[in-house]
Design a protein around this ligand. Structure first.
Ligand SMILES: C[S@@+](CC[C@H](N)C(=O)[O-])C[C@H]1O[C@@H](n2cnc3c(N)ncnc32)[C@H](O)[C@@H]1O
Length: 258
């Protein structure tokens, strides 16, 4: 099956193999994350065991090594049990924004991607506690998710809040928001769909602004324009720390041209 055929084949979402503490896989491509090992509390593990099979999936199926084929396109209607606009959040951390924004917009379905298992576990616990029904989780690399789990014009929004800035110039190649990823995002957005990025790193903000503005399928918009999804973010712990350290937060918005 060619890549293109694979991307258009529909996938039934079902239980995934129970996950481990280890980072999902070592990828040969340069990634925007470092692997972190962190065990779950007993309570997080209990919630994980109960909810992950229905609410979570892996960007690369487990147990087949670093050459594992990434998952095939998500059937979001089957996974959420309804047809609704879908928003992808890449690098959701512990899910503070994910949860609040999904609760504020119950008619939108949110797919949250993170490599950090404890972050996803915290989000799962919050979903359980609050009874939220419009969030699903993917563990793995957001680039894999964009490449393989969504097809052209399937996302109403993509959110990337405080992506790791990789401040040293020799590490800039690891930044998530590069020309290629922004191009993929532009392809996956529906016409009128929104890319919303926020960063506290001035240099990265300039870089994101430049690559977003250079992407001809995107048009920069102010937050005051009528937009398909909310851009109201809660202030996370990460952002509070950044502000205390004197960093300004830059908010960047583009809509996909028709
Ligand atoms: C600085 S934290 C910000 C977390 C959260 N968005 C917030 O605002 O609090 C960046 C997060 O992105 C995750 N991350 C980095 N690259 C990623 C990728 N390619 N795919 C998925 N998650 C990624 C990291 O594991 C980390 O948790």
């Amino acid at each position: 099956m060619s890549d293109d055929e694979r991307m258009h084949a529909q996938r039934q979402v079902g239980p995934t193999t129970p996950d481990s503490d280890a980072a999902p896989h070592s990828y040969r491509r340069v990634t925007s994350f470092r692997s972190r090992r962190a065990s779950l509390t007993e309570q997080q593990q209990e919630v994980w065991d109960r909810l992950w099979p229905s609410l979570g999936t892996l960007a690369r199926p487990a147990g087949t090594g670093s050459d594992a084929a990434p998952a095939e396109p998500l059937d979001t209607a089957a996974w959420f049990g309804r047809r609704a606009p879908v928003v992808l959040e890449i690098g959701c951390g512990t899910g503070t924004s994910t949860l609040a924004m999904a609760q504020a917009e119950p008619d939108i379905d949110v797919v949250a991607v993170e490599v950090y298992r404890r972050g996803l576990a915290q989000l799962l616990s919050a979903i359980d506690r609050e009874g939220v029904t419009n969030i699903r989780l993917v563990r793995g690399d957001g680039v894999d998710v964009l490449e393989r789990m969504f097809t052209t014009a399937t996302l109403t929004g993509v959110r990337v809040f405080f992506p790791d800035p990789w401040p040293k110039s020799r590490h800039h190649k690891r930044r998530l928001l590069q020309e290629r990823t922004v191009g993929l995002i532009a392809d996956r957005l529906v016409p009128g769909g929104l890319l919303h990025a926020a960063t506290d790193h001035a240099g990265y903000a300039e870089h994101i602004a430049a690559v977003g503005d250079a992407e001809t399928r995107l048009r920069r918009v102010p937050a005051t324009e009528a937009l398909p999804i909310s851009v109201h973010r809660p202030i996370t712990k990460y952002e509070t720390k950044a502000r205390h350290a004197g960093s300004e937060v830059t908010e960047l918005l583009w809509v996909r041209r028709p």
